[in-house]
Write a protein that binds this ligand. Sequence first.
Ligand code: SF4
Length: 417
Amino acid sequence: MDDRSSLDALISECERVAFDLQFARAKDWKHDPAASGRWIAGYLPIYIPREIIHAMGGLPVGIMGTGDRMQIIKGDAYYQSYICHLPRGVVELALAGAFDEFDVFLFPSICDVIRNLSGMFQIFRPSAYVKYLDLPQNFSPGVGGTFYRHDLENTMDGIRRHLGDTLKHVPRGEWVARLNYSIHLYNENRRRIERIVELRQEFPWRLSAVDWYHVLRAGLAMPVEEHNNILYELEGLLQEERGRKLDNIRVVVSGAFCEQPPVGLIKTIEMAGCYIVDDDFMLGSRWIEGDIPDDTDDPLGAIVTAYLDHSTFSASLYEAAPASGTKVERLAELVRKRKADGVIFASASFCDPALLDRPELQLGIERAEIRTIGVQYSEHTGQFKSIKEEVGAFSDSIKLWDSESGTHTWLPTVLEG
Ligand code: SF4
């Protein structure tokens, strides 16, 4: 198999896993006859410390909604019309039995919709352990740190009680070693993801945003060890030149951290003349910026400190890790780091956190002399004609503007056709 066909095979396998709404890869892992005591923890967007689940012998599986791959009938009946689409798809999946073999469900605090969904799961799945994980908004160690640690310990106790004999008793020394090892694996995962983001920043034509999306999303539905191997293989394949450099502008997409954009929207943005050089899709995979120490006597403390000091920014938080700057400053810094020409604010319709944050972010980013445009979507949207026209006009205006001022970095290049 040459590189091109290897890359195609890898991407199409990732797409299959990413959008397998029956979570077969996770269920196969759980029922591997060579292993015992395995369990699955489903979690909602955005962030949970997956290292803890891994160290406890479970598989964390991201529940990111149905995209446009399932017709929602019953799920719609559970919600009023003026909330986002994500929980409708999740309810539809639950009622269709997709999560029947999941043992634990974790609902990180994002918004009221997710909070209410956790209550509904207590009714849908009385045999599972369901926990609303209250990620702190206070980032001082004595307040938010103490609270968060307590919440994590409480969650671990709840899982242990629920799974009972499934979890073997592990002496403290062994537990510390296990959790450090899990941290090590997820550090590796974040590092490899970041290396590919950097490669795509330099050579965005080598791997489309859609293909990268599939690789990243697949990582939420398979063991981290497997995903690390895939990322390693992908990084190797991307060393070779491939694709064609187009006269595209470079954009950062912001606001799509929870309900995921339909793949068709990502494709539309690319076809409208944009290279997406960074984004907040599947933000939980990159929530912690940098490594978490993986050789301490208190790995749980290291996870808590990483959350306090190295969280990324998101509308689900007022201001994360305040020492790193405001959201506006951090987004502007990201745009500079990725050498982007503009920001596309893309959020799910009725997403309160994203849409409440947007005016302030958009104003701040424009004050930093970065061009912006805003769009809204639902995960099952299928029509993108007007978005293509708007984003296409945005892209053209930047190309024309910057070609006059001489700052558009991608001229002259190959035009498609
Ligand atoms: S898309 Fe927005 S409103 Fe909907 S569950 Fe996610 S954060 Fe909440």
